[in-house]
Design a protein around this ligand. Structure first.
Ligand code: CA2
Length: 148
């Protein structure tokens, strides 16, 4: 039985309320609901969600994922671009992490082109709106099925 943790970084609690042209019109609850449905359908035992505006809370969650979760889907939001603490936490655990972005960060401001977590994650999915999360979940499901 497999367990997946979905982590959302700062300001993603505002999804659906502002900047729909960049981030889409779905709320975070809509996205989580969509992932929950797909995870259940695929026989995932448990999918848990955490949104935090605090770097340390995300670091704690990543550290605690060790031994509890089989995959982490992470949209670190702005922390992607500068949080060495989140990068170090990912590097310190043996749980695979998929980096997610709603927007295509490479088409945006220069400072969003750099991801300090990219070198320590399994891979990055960016630019597909809420489908970026769904694509990441699909990859996690396929990888976990292969392990069975
Ligand atoms: O495209 C993404 O998913 C990002 O991770 C979103 C972050 C941004 O800092 C990254 O460069 C790319 C920002 C999340 C803020 O979300 C908002 C949602 C609605 C209204 C305002 C902000």
């Amino acid at each position: 039985m497999k367990r997946i943790l979905v982590l959302h970084g700062p300001n993603l609690n505002l999804l659906g309320t502002r900047e729909p042209e960049i981030y889409g019109s779905m709320t975070l609850d809509d996205i989580n609901g969509m992932l929950e449905v797909r995870a259940k359908e695929a026989g995932i035992e448990r999918i848990d969600f955490l949104q935090s505006n605090f770097e340390g809370e995300l670091v704690d969650a990543i550290q605690k994922a060790r031994g509890t979760y089989d995959f982490i889907l992470l949209n670190a939001a702005a922390f992607t671009h500068y949080s060495i603490a989140i990068r170090d936490a990912i590097a310190a655990i043996d749980v695979p992490v998929i980096e997610i972005h709603l927007s295509n960060v490479h088409q945006r401001e220069e400072f969003r082109h750099r991801s300090v977590i990219a070198p320590v994650v399994m891979g990055q999915i960016a630019g597909f709106g809420a489908d970026s999360y769904l694509a990441a979940l699909e990859i996690a499901i396929r990888r976990l099925e292969r392990e069975r």
